[in-house]
Design a protein around this ligand. Structure first.
Ligand code: HEC
Length: 118
């Protein structure tokens, strides 16, 4: 019984060590990817330069002919902005807006808009 308990303790010590090592590895992976992760603060700044005029400060549009974009799904927003940019979703208003955006701008704007209250 004592031997078994010692064995168990040793086992959980090993487990703890493994968990710590795994946590460090995961943290390092996050740190490495966060360099390229979309930035909602940068996205907000970009959004406020032009988009805000139609889609509103909080992503709630200022007129019935413009869609609300607040709280929309991030992946969908990225797809739509790219579709406007490459013409697969043709729209005379949005095409020139999207043509001025890089992939990074699009990712940043999408992550900002997706976090807004719809
Ligand atoms: C002059 C007004 C105007 C401005 C400025 C504008 N948009 Fe739009 N936006 C529209 C209109 C109109 C549509 C709907 C287009 C359609 O019917 O396909 C739209 C659609 C969209 C959609 C798709 C919404 C959906 O539900 O499918 C996104 C995303 C979007 N705009 C993002 C942006 C971003 C980002 C900017 C700034 C770079 C911007 N818009 C600037 C008028 C505008």
């Amino acid at each position: 019984m004592t031997t078994r308990r010692t064995g168990f303790k040793y086992g959980s010590k090993l487990m703890t060590k493994t968990t710590v090592v795994a946590s460090i590895a995961i943290a390092a992976a996050f740190a490495a990817t966060s360099v390229f992760a979309a930035d909602p603060v940068v996205g907000k700044a970009k959004y406020e330069t032009t988009c805000v005029a139609c889609h509103g400060a909080n992503g709630i549009s200022i007129a019935p002919i413009y869609p609300n974009v607040a709280g929309q799904k991030e992946e969908y927003l990225v797809a739509q902005m790219k579709a406007f940019r490459d013409g697969t979703r043709p729209n005379p208003i949005m095409a020139p807006m999207a043509q001025g955006l890089t992939d990074t701008d699009i990712a940043n704007i999408a992550v900002f808009l997706a976090a807004l209250k719809p």
